[in-house]
Design a protein around this ligand. Sequence first.
Ligand SMILES: [Zn+2]
Length: 207
Amino acid sequence: MTTPEHSLVGIHAAIAVGAHQRFGWAFVALAGIASNLPDWDGLPMLFDMARFEHGHRVWGHNVTSIALSSLIVATLQYRFHLIETVATRLKNYLPKEVTIERARIGVPFIMLFLICAVVQTIHLPCDMVVSGGNGLSDWHIKPFWPISDVGYVFPLIPWGDIGPTIIMMCGVLLMVKYPKKLPLQSIVTLTILCCYLLIRGWTRGML
Ligand SMILES: [Zn+2]
């Protein structure tokens, strides 16, 4: 999946379980950002394409990296309220109509750690089913690397398929228009996304 799509999956997942009501908007924002953490292993492409091919979807896409990065990010958010700090600084660049509510503080560390770990874990099957196509090779996900080198991929749709973005953005637009039943709308959005993946996979002969 692309970076915006991973973010949208994390945001919808957090809202689907009512996290926004219990822990506030910063918690949901954290879910959207943490959803992309496994892709840190794509950074070497900035310097060396060969290293990128070797390490992308391996170094960051495993349970060890997920546990460590969740620990680091949850600690930073717990100690320094990074999300709120950045949002406050960005406020000056946003339209006046945009208001940033004061975030609730006191979210337990374990919940910060869990949301980071859960959305990163969801990232793995998302990458398994959105892979290859358009001249790209399938990237196998190795969830237990470096202990095990076994990789998994199940490309239901090619990387870059616009369908997931359209579905999840429609979900967001509906939430803006009808903000009273956010969890239900996120659940419906994610269900439609799963149906889309299955139907597209079926039409491409993957199922
Ligand atoms: Zn990824």
